[in-house]
Design a protein around this ligand. Structure first.
Ligand code: APR
Length: 399
């Protein structure tokens, strides 16, 4: 059916595509800098709030959310991690995870961060258009406009700047010339099967376990809700295991001879995520910048997806503010390089973790021993622990 001709034109300063953590945080930071924005999100409000994804936060991410006034519940309910547990080859390692600057990791579900930011925005009666599918941009080097469809009607958002925070499968990246040539991708030959369970996290049975049956991860989302992952084949079907079989497999892989077993409970959500590493090194064109998953994807092994999106958004908020308020394009012209200073080492770490923790199809016994040697070097040497801690706690922000 033909989409009716546009009946509505909207005007704002910054058009933001995507109401994920990147788009919502950017809108909040711009708001605090006195810059108006409109968020266009193709999914419904309920869907966006129901998405269960990341949840391990660097100190920098926690501080950033606190700085923008979105940290009250996080401060109350976030779980602080003083140690990191790793099991492999019948060995159990638990290393301190607080660095000399007092930094530590916090678990607090991404879905809650998204809810906290949406609640703040709605409380200030600021625009988020849900179920607004962005189709294309126009004139991003001159007078940018965003063409989108909402309620079956074609509409146009006219703005001074466009922020593409629409994830890996969004439309923004395609509006930057040369991104195909400037993109680097690695697909891993396995996936993560994640469950969210109404069962308290086990204090002793936590962290990563390298098992010859494949990786297992036991994490927390709150004092009552736990999150677990199993390494599975890329074509794994969610319905192919009963809940009982899922718990049995998790316990089998996490078994360290201590007799500890995960706390079981109703499984609230199940999802499968392919593991890939992706970086697009051209993140800006004219008055269009991309951030977060729109520009890079990391395998979840390093818990860096959400944290690196926050790193980009801090740079982008400063870039847009200097450009729109002072006409200063210096950061805009260097936006990609500035973000990549933090993105490449973060992607590198996430891939190093993935290479050391998973069983690859057909991997040799020699390779497995090399994995053990890598994991042991991170857990049992002072330099290794420092490397591990610094990488997990996160790199300084370029801006
Ligand atoms: N029109 C409107 N909205 C769109 C379009 C489009 N054409 N395409 C995608 N979107 C929306 C998606 O529906 C999604 O809500 O953009 C949003 C992108 O959000 P995320 O995928 O969460 O990406 P980002 O905000 O960059 O968050 C990145 O969070 O969960 C972690 O691992 C995840 O690392 C990732 C981080």
């Amino acid at each position: 059916m033909e989409t009716p001709v546009s009946t509505e034109d909207i005007r704002t300063r910054v058009g933001i595509v995507g109401a994920g953590p990147a788009g919502l945080l950017l809108a909040r930071m711009l708001q605090l800098n006195g810059i108006d924005s409109v968020i266009l999100e193709r999914r419904s409000r309920a869907y966006v709030l129901s998405r269960v994804r990341a949840g391990v936060l660097e100190k920098g991410t926690v501080d950033t959310l606190m700085q923008v006034g979105a940290g009250a519940r996080l401060q109350r309910e976030g779980i602080r991690h003083e140690t990191f547990q790793l099991r492999f080859n019948g060995e159990y390692h638990r290393i301190p995870m607080v660095d000399e600057n007092g930094r530590y990791l916090t678990t607090y579900g991404q879905a809650r961060i998204v809810e906290d930011l949406i609640t703040l925005r709605e409380a200030d009666a600021l625009p988020i258009h849900f179920e607004a599918q962005v189709d294309r941009f126009e004139d991003v080097t001159g007078n940018p406009s965003i063409h989108f469809t909402e309620g079956g009607v074609a509409k146009t958002l006219r703005c001074d700047f466009i922020a593409g925070c629409d994830g890996f499968k969004g439309v923004s990246r395609a509006h930057i010339p040369g991104t195909a040539e400037a993109s680097y991708l690695r697909e891993y030959p396995f996936a993560w099967f994640g469950i969210l369970a109404d069962a308290p996290p086990h204090a002793e049975l936590r962290g990563f376990c390298h098992s010859r049956r494949g990786l297992a991860v036991a994490s927390a989302r709150s004092a009552k809700i736990s999150r677990q992952y199993l390494q599975v084949p890329p074509d794994f079907a969610i319905g192919s295991m009963t809940d009982e079989q899922i718990w049995d497999e998790l316990d089998r892989r996490m078994d360290d001879g201590s007799g500890n077993r995960l706390n079981r409970g109703p499984i609230l959500e199940k999802s499968v995520a392919r593991l890939r590493g992706f970086v697009c090194t051209t993140m800006q064109y004219g008055k269009l910048c991309i951030a977060g998953d729109a520009a890079h994807i990391v395998p979840p092994s390093g818990a860096k997806g959400l944290n690196s999106a926050v790193g980009d958004v801090r740079v982008l908020a400063e870039t847009i503010t200097r450009y729109l308020q002072k006409g200063d394009a210096q950061l805009l012209d260097n936006y990609s390089q500035t973000c990549l200073q933090r993105i490449w080492p973060t992607v590198h770490w996430s891939c190093q973790m993935s290479d050391a923790l998973h069983m690859f199809p057909g991997q040799s016994e020699f390779d497995t021993q090399m994995q053990y040697a890598t994991l042991r070097s991170w857990m049992t040497t002072a330099l290794g622990q420092q490397r591990f801690r610094e990488a997990m706690l996160g790199l300084p922000y370029p801006v």
